[in-house]
Design a protein around this ligand. Sequence first.
Ligand SMILES: [Fe+2]
Ligand SMILES: [Fe+2]
Length: 267
Amino acid sequence: MGYDFGGDTFDLRDPHDRATVRFVLSQALYGEATGVYCGKSLYAARSLEAARFYVRQAHQELNHLTLFADIFRELEMQPEPGHWVVRLLSAHNNYYPLKVLMEHALGEGMVLDIFREVLLQTLPDDDPRVPPIKKKLRAICREEEEHVAWGEKETRRLLEERPWLRHPYYGLLELQLLVAPMIARAFAGREHRVLRHLPGFLTYVKGRMWEQGQALGFVPSTRPGLAYRLGAMAWGVALFVRSQFATSRSTLEHTYLSELGFAGGAR
Ligand SMILES: [Fe+2]
Ligand SMILES: [Fe+2]
């Protein structure tokens, strides 16, 4: 399970290594800041279960944000702005079916790849500042796993309810696999024992996401032809554009009686 960096680590005393670690941590910090806005989803939560999840998640993401800020302080680093790929992939989505797939299942799945595979393996244990940082990272990873699990559960439910979603979902996965590796260009031309793993790590992430899509039921066992792929991507983009203009509609004031188990609560 996971990608093996073969024990290759960064040197937190080397200025070049510090710049790379700073870049990765800055993307994490930006992502956690946008993660806090999942609290916005509380307004559109369709059930008490969803409302409970979003209250809990907002609390956890706010906590992650301050934990990453602590990590910056411990390493005496100054954060930089988020990369455009991270800003694009972490944009808030008001359209619930896209939100659960793109933000939770796929997005936070990639976040876990970076935290669990990259940071936990490549920060050097022989640096006295690292063990307490890894303790924080492990706690964050456990909570991110819960967020991915929620996204996968809701994605499955939505696919059952609206089977047509499998087409735009598939297109969006293809697009995400195209866009996400562009962040690796930030390291282009750098020779480094950790960075030489980049192509292998990207292949690992793509493979894992592909399997995730298959397990969720929207990725076929063999990759479809170009015509279908382009059609699915166009459908995915159309839904994504629509989602940027979608407004949330609250439901709990209509459903709270049935959600709480009172008779006659149905709309
Ligand atoms: Fe988080
Ligand atoms: Fe999260």
